[in-house]
Each structure stands twice: as C-alpha cells, then as structure tokens.
Write a new protein. Structure first.
Length: 215
C-alpha cells in the first residue's frame, strides 16, 4: 500500500507541476491520477454505506429481545484468525504492485494467489461462524441485534467475495495482456479496494467483536 501511495503521490505532484507551468501532460501518469481520484470517490461512497451499518448496529446492540448477547455468541479466537488472514492479505496485496512495478510476472501472480488464498480462508472462517450461530438458533431473524450483526458483517463478507472475483479476473488479464497501462491502473484500484476492506474490518473487529464481547 505504501508503494502504491508513494507512486500515486509522486505522479500527482508531477501532474501539478506540469499544470503550473502550462505544460500539456497526456501520458499514462495523468490518467492514473484521474482513475485514482475517481475510484477514491467510489470508495468514499462505500464507506458512507458502511457507516450507516455501523450506526445501526451501535443503536441495536442491546436489542436482543431476550435472546443471546454478543458475549454469549462471538468467538474472539475465531475472529482473531479471520483478522490475521485479512491483515496478512493486505501485505501480500501490496506486493502485487511491487511486482508490477518491477514487471515481474511470477512475483505479481504469486502475490495475487497468496492474497486470494488468504481472502478465501477469511471467508470460510466467516461462513463457519455464521453457520454455527444459525445452528444455535441465533439467526438474523432472532433479534434486532442479530439482524444488524449479520447485515454489517455479511456486507463486508460480500465485498470480500467481490474482491476475490476481481482478483481472479486480474490474474487472467495480466497473464493474457501483460503489464499494459490499463492493467496497472486496475491493479492500483484493486489495491485501494482491498486495503479499504481491511480498514473496515479493523472497525468491525473493534466495535462489533471486542465491544460486543465485553457487553
């Protein structure tokens, strides 16, 4: 993520320099800036949506309707494994751009595979958690608290699923088309998206699991 941000910042500064001196800049750097800005706007709109889910869950945390509370259902050990997988995938995701910058196909594809496997492991653990809760009669229809829990955590899981589909598509495009400028821009956008999911998950882990387990 640091490498991606440094590259984006340097190209943004270069673009501003050319604009200040009245120079035309029609290279791929300018397009990268435009695509990056546009995708950040999309991500901000996505974060607004997650904020609404967080607010709803905060209000409904105690609305158990006589059912089980978070401290009775949530497994900190299981979510710790999930968190470790997702945070490690953030590191391997950063390696994708490092490999792409060096134009090393094997490195880039290996980082994509590692990111995908870690993301898939995260999803498997999350689905197992949901299955166990539903098996205990603690499904989303049991209480308002559980409805907000499944909506928030499930929405994040759906985003991870979309990210994995996107990752598979990028692997195929990279293999067929190589390190073209448009492919590099898509890799940057995928990195931004995946790191955003990590940031949201840290908030989920803190506000839903840690706070919920303490209540």
């Amino acid at each position: 993520m640091t490498v991606a941000n440094e590259r984006f910042s340097s190209e943004l500064a270069s673009h501003a320099h050319h604009e200040a001196h009245g120079e035309d800049h029609h290279g791929p750097g300018a397009k990268l800036v435009i695509v990056g800005y546009g995708f950040w706007i999309f991500l901000l709109s996505d974060i607004v949506m997650f904020s609404a889910f967080f607010a709803a869950h905060a209000v409904l945390q105690d609305s158990t309707d006589g059912g089980p509370k978070g401290s009775e259902l949530l497994s900190i050990r299981n979510v710790a494994y999930e968190t470790a997988c997702l945070l490690l995938s953030s590191f391997t995701c950063g390696l994708i751009l490092v490999g792409a910058e060096a134009r090393r196909m094997a490195w880039t594809q290996a980082a994509l595979i590692a990111t995908g496997l870690l993301g898939l492991t995260f999803l498997v653990l999350e689905v197992r958690e949901f299955t166990e809760m539903i098996g205990q009669g603690a499904g989303p229809q049991r209480s308002a608290f559980l409805s907000s829990f499944f909506a928030l955590v499930g929405c994040h899981g759906a985003h991870v699923s979309v990210g994995l589909l996107w990752l598979g598509t990028m692997m195929a495009q990279l293999f067929v088309k190589g390190f073209r400028d448009d492919i590099l821009r898509r890799l940057l956008c995928f990195n931004l998206f995946w790191h955003m999911l990590d940031i949201v998950w840290v908030a989920v882990f803190t506000l839903v699991y840690l706070v919920g387990d303490a209540r």
